[in-house]
Design a protein around this ligand. Structure first.
Ligand code: NAD
Length: 257
């Protein structure tokens, strides 16, 4: 529910966006909770029931790969069933009306593309769960086909071609951030005239540096989040609440302004 005070703050934020033509959205797990994918810290979510597997452990240990794929097997149906919510759809609308430069996302769920943002405007900093990749020969496998193997009892899928270890095309803890995507994200953050951060606690580095970069380069900074974030004091507007409710209003009022 949007109360009157928040509604008024959304209108003020929309007015300040009226001249922005290169808006960058920076999204985290909170943009997808209303689609049924729990964020990192919500109790009971699939992420909280498994110890994250470090990249080096995945490469070295069969036991770690078993643990990794047991978690992925549970995660896949949650992501496969998820549909874009009002926040994703509002960002697709922002692109349609020619005001969105890019969506930089920490998410791996592919919901921005499903909502209608064009592939080359979505920069996935933490990779994607839509496919898996062989660490030996880089062969790619749709995650749906890997899920069939897991459900048939295969604990650790391996590459058909070279026998190498297969891993989701996501960035694990201890794994290098993708160079091309990071460079592109920094370039877009420095060139935007407004950045809207949605559903991120803004404490996971290096990705959380991007809003600070944008702000230092002169961009307007708007934060839409349920809880306080690490950068609230820096922001021009902080809209606290559900992204799926706030974003459609913010985008509609921006389109009219
Ligand atoms: P985070 O869990 O640290 O923070 C999520 C933030 O979203 C919280 O501050 C919370 O208050 C807010 N939030 C939750 N629901 C919201 C809603 N409906 N509306 C507005 N705000 C809401 O997430 P993070 O900063 O993205 O970092 C966690 C990492 O975990 C990410 O980098 C990502 O790779 C990974 N992850 C991805 C997914 C996904 O792809 N959907 C889900 C969980 C975790």
């Amino acid at each position: 529910m949007i109360d009157q005070a928040l509604d008024a703050r959304i209108s003020v934020a929309a007015q300040s966006l009226h001249r922005a033509r290169r808006i960058v959205a920076f999204t985290g797990a909170g943009v997808s909770t209303e689609s049924g994918i729990p964020d990192f810290r919500s109790p009971g979510g699939v992420w909280t029931r498994y110890q994250p597997v470090m990249y080096d452990d995945f490469v070295r240990s069969e036991q770690a790969r078993r643990q990794y794929w047991a978690m992925r097997r549970e995660l896949y149906p949650v992501i496969a069933a998820a549909r874009p919510n009002g926040a994703h759809l509002a960002l697709a609308r922002l692109e349609q009306i020619g005001r969105l430069d890019a969506v930089i996302t920490q998410n791996i769920d592919g919901l921005h593309q499903l909502a209608g943002n064009t592939e080359d405007r979505v920069i996935e900093l933490h990779g994607t769960n839509r496919y898996a990749v062989c660490l030996g020969c880089q062969e790619e496998y749709p995650m749906a086909s890997i899920q069939v193997l897991l459900e048939a009892g295969e604990a650790v899928p391996t590459c058909n071609g070279c026998g190498g270890a297969i891993k989701a095309a996501t960035v694990s803890f201890g794994q290098q951030m993708p160079k091309r995507e990071m460079e592109e994200a920094i370039r877009r953050a420095c060139a935007c005239d407004a950045m809207i951060c949605i559903g991120s606690s803004l404490i996971v580095y290096p990705a959380a540096d991007l809003p600070a970069l944008a702000k230092r380069a002169g961009a307007l900074l708007i934060i839409v989040n349920r809880d306080p974030t690490g950068l609230d004091d820096w922001a021009d507007h902080v809209l606290r609440g559900q992204a799926g409710e706030i974003l459609p209003l913010l985008v509609e009022r921006t389109a009219l302004s």
